[in-house]
Design a protein around this ligand. Structure first.
Ligand SMILES: Nc1ncnc2c1ncn2[C@@H]1O[C@H](COP(=O)(O)OP(=O)(O)OP(=O)(O)O)[C@@H](O)[C@H]1O
Length: 231
C-alpha cells in the first residue's frame, strides 16, 4: 500500500474531487476530521489542552471552544507551537491506525485529504504521490464568493491568506485542473485513479509484511516441531 496526499486551495474543489474518489471505492482519510476528533472529551489531547490553556477554552458541554483557542494562539508562535506539540502526535497516531485498517482490508492506496499539506510539509515524507486540485484564480474567486456568500474583497482576503495555488501546483506530482466544467474534472479523477490502481508501488510494503509474517510462522513451526517436544 502507498499514501497519496491531496490538497488544493480554498474552494478549489477538493471536497468535490474527494467525493468522486469515494464513489470509485477509494480509501480516504480526512485529516481535518481527525484533528477535530482527537480534541474531543475523552481523548488525551483534550485534557492536555485544558491543562495548558485553562478551562476558559471549554464550552459548557466540555468540548473545546475552537474560536477561543484560535484567538489564544493567534499571533502567538509559542502557544501555537505548544498546541501543535499536543495535537500533532495524536493526529498522526489516529492517521496511522486508520491507514493500517485500510491496509488490512487490502487497499492498494489511501488518500490523505490534507488542506495544508505544502504549508506544514510534515506529512510529505510519508507520501508516494501528491495531488493538487487547482483552478484558476478568477474561477476560485467566483466559486468562493458564491458558495460562502462573500463580497469580492473578503473572498480575495481569504485566498490571499493561503499559499498561492500556483506554488502548490509546482510542488505536486499530479494536478487536477478544476477550472472548467465538472465533467472534465471527473474524467481527470477517474484517469488518475486508474493510474494509481495500476501502479505496483503497493507491492513493497505488502511483500515485506507478508515476508515478516512468513518468518514468524516458520519460527513458531520450528519451535513447536523441534524444541517444545524435547521439553
Ligand atoms: N468544476 C466545477 N464547476 C462548477 N462548480 C464547481 C466545480 N467544482 C467545484 N464547484 C463548486 O465550487 C465550490 C467549491 O468546491 P469544493 O467545496 O469542492 O471546494 P474545496 O476545495 O473543498 O473548498 P474548501 O477547502 O474551501 O472547503 C462548491 O460550491 C462546488 O460545488
Amino acid at each position: 500500500m502507498f499514501l497519496v496526499g491531496l490538497t488544493g486551495g480554498i474552494a478549489s474543489g477538493k471536497s468535490s474531487v474527494i467525493q468522486v474518489f469515494q464513489q470509485l471505492g477509494c480509501a480516504v482519510i480526512d485529516v481535518d476530521v481527525i484533528a477535530r476528533q482527537v480534541v474531543q472529551p475523552g481523548y488525551p489531547a483534550h485534557q492536555r489542552i485544558v491543562e495548558a490553556f485553562g478551562t476558559e477554552v471549554l464550552l459548557e458541554n466540555g468540548d473545546i471552544d475552537r474560536k477561543v483557542l484560535g484567538d489564544l494562539i493567534f499571533n502567538q508562535p509559542d502557544r501555537r507551537h505548544l498546541l501543535n506539540t499536543i495535537t500533532h502526535p495524536e493526529i498522526q497516531k489516529e492517521m496511522m491506525k486508520e491507514t493500517f485498517k485500510y491496509f488490512l482490508r487490502g487497499y492498494r492506496y489511501v488518500i490523505l485529504d490534507i488542506p495544508l499539506l505544502f504549508e506544514t510539509k510534515k506529512l510529505l515524507k510519508y507520501l508516494k504521490h501528491t495531488v493538487v486540485v487547482y483552478c484558476d484564480r478568477d474561477t476560485q474567486l467566483a466559486r468562493l464568493m458564491q458558495r460562502n456568500n462573500l463580497n469580492r474583497q473578503d473572498a480575495e482576503a481569504r485566498i490571499n491568506s493561503q499559499l498561492p495555488l500556483k506554488d502548490k501546483v509546482r510542488m505536486a506530482r499530479h494536478v487536477l485542473d478544476n477550472s472548467g466544467e465538472w465533467s472534465l474534472t471527473r474524467r481527470q479523477v477517474i484517469l488518475l485513479h486508474t493510474e494509481l490502481e495500476r501502479s505496483l508501488e503497493y507491492l513493497p510494503l505488502r511483500l515485506s509484511v507478508l515476508t515478516g509474517l512468513a518468518g514468524v510462522a516458520s519460527l513458531l513451526y520450528l519451535l513447536t516441531r523441534y524444541l517444545l517436544p524435547s521439553l
